[in-house]
Design a protein around this ligand. Structure first.
Ligand SMILES: C[S@@+](CC[C@H](N)C(=O)[O-])C[C@H]1O[C@@H](n2cnc3c(N)ncnc32)[C@H](O)[C@@H]1O
Length: 372
């Protein structure tokens, strides 16, 4: 057993981005033997911090020759599934990219498959019904996996951000399915205050901040901590905003210029980083978050350096990423499966993530935690 555990587990990473998930797997001691993305800036960041990555469109690449593969991960593009996007879903060519993963699974036969995606994947339709069902059916019937997927609030795992994502894990031995997701983490201070603690200008990417237009700075600066554009007097609003305020139902109650308070958990860091409609105003300063600050909310360590031609690209790389902490927790849990820990030893001491309300932070649900 000991000798087995000294062997590094191998990972093939598709749609790797700047490497959020992969960093988590390497922190857990895995060896990323192949990674790919077609975004030049993301690959530059990946190379600087993690290792080799193939720059190119996955649809034009051959599946590599790799034996004894342990894990295949894929965070295929989420734009077509995202609620914020067009919801063209499967008709969008980007929505077909999940099929590339089957090409890899067929040849490489990984022991485990890990997919990460946005909540919208659960309601995306395909000709045969739901996309998620098609994915599960294909993994089950064509490739012989047992599959479990969950909608998770990553703040329940210590990520200091309300980030709701679907994680799907497929394994060959169904006895492990009940033990395949990591345990919740309930003892961490996830407040913005704690998350931004200790950041100084000397840290990489801390001086990088998206330039805003004067109107954005003007109104953003007037918003109190914990407020949004709704905290501003109607009379001082520009005409365009007054129109929205006059008919909030029609515009679905937009929460422009949200400025979270220091004691709150940060809202989702997205790739479509827009100062007006994402909650990215610093709680106490007259500016939005820097690249380093949003990297903190995504749990990237301070020595992880973001590369790329401009600041927008860095915000996008970070917003697209799986928080490394989540990747690491999944990777650690999967070791039990890969190294075949006895099932009897895999008892859980905390409630299951499925028993928690995905829309609420864990501290609101403390009663349920640690009851076993
Ligand atoms: C949601 S991000 C994945 C993030 C990554 N899992 C992480 O943890 O950082 C999706 C990635 O897919 C990449 N991508 C989209 N279409 C692609 C294609 N045809 N070939 C290769 N990469 C592609 C994008 O550039 C983007 O970085």
């Amino acid at each position: 057993m000991k000798r087995l555990q000294n062997k590094k587990l191998k990972v093939v990473s598709m749609f790797s981005g700047c490497g959020g998930m992969d960093l988590g797997f390497s922190q857990a001691g895995y060896d990323i033997v192949w990674a790919n993305d077609f975004n030049e800036d993301a690959c530059e960041t990946y190379r600087k911090n993690i290792g080799d990555i193939i720059l190119g469109d996955v649809t034009e690449l051959d599946v590599p020759d790799i034996s004894d593969l342990d894990v295949l991960t894929a965070g295929f593009p989420c734009q077509p599934f995202s609620n914020a996007g067009s919801r063209k879903g499967i008709e969008d060519p980007r929505g077909q990219l999940y099929k590339q993963t089957f090409k890899f699974i067929e040849k490489l036969k990984p022991k485990v498959v890990v997919f990460e995606n946005v909540r919208g994947i659960l309601s995306t339709k395909v000709v045969t019904g739901n996309l998620i069902d098609e994915i599960v059916d294909t993994l089950t019937n064509e490739y012989g996996y047992h599959v479990k997927y969950r909608l998770l609030n990553l703040s329940h795992f210590g990520v200091p951000q309300k980030r709701i994502r679907v994680i799907l894990i497929a394994v060959k031995n169904k006895n492990y399915l009940d033990h395949i997701f990591p345990e919740v983490v309930d003892n961490k201070d996830l407040s913005i205050r704690a998350t931004l603690k200790g950041i100084t200008n000397r840290l990489p990417n801390q001086k990088e901040i998206m330039r805003l237009n004067p109107q954005a700075i003007h109104y953003g600066s007037m918003i109190p901590e914990g407020g949004s554009w709704k905290s501003l007097d109607y009379d001082i609003l520009p005409e365009r905003w007054k129109k929205i305020r006059d008919d909030m139902v029609k515009y679905h109650y937009p929460n422009f210029f949200r400025r979270y308070a220091r004691h709150e958990i940060q809202g989702t860091i997205t790739a479509a980083f827009k100062p007006e409609n994402a909650g990215v105003w610093h709680p106490t300063k007259d500016r939005i978050y820097t690249v380093r600050e949003i990297a903190r909310f995504q749990t990237f360590p301070d020595d992880f350096i973001f590369e790329g031609r401009n600041i927008k690209s860095k915000y996008q790389q970070i917003g697209n990423a799986v928080p490394p902490l989540m990747g690491m927790l999944v990777a650690e849990q999967l070791k039990h499966y890969c190294y075949t820990t006895e099932i009897g030893k895999l008892k859980r001491s905390k409630v299951e993530s499925t028993e928690l309300n995905v829309n609420q932070p864990i501290y609101n649900q403390k009663i349920a935690v640690n009851i076993r």
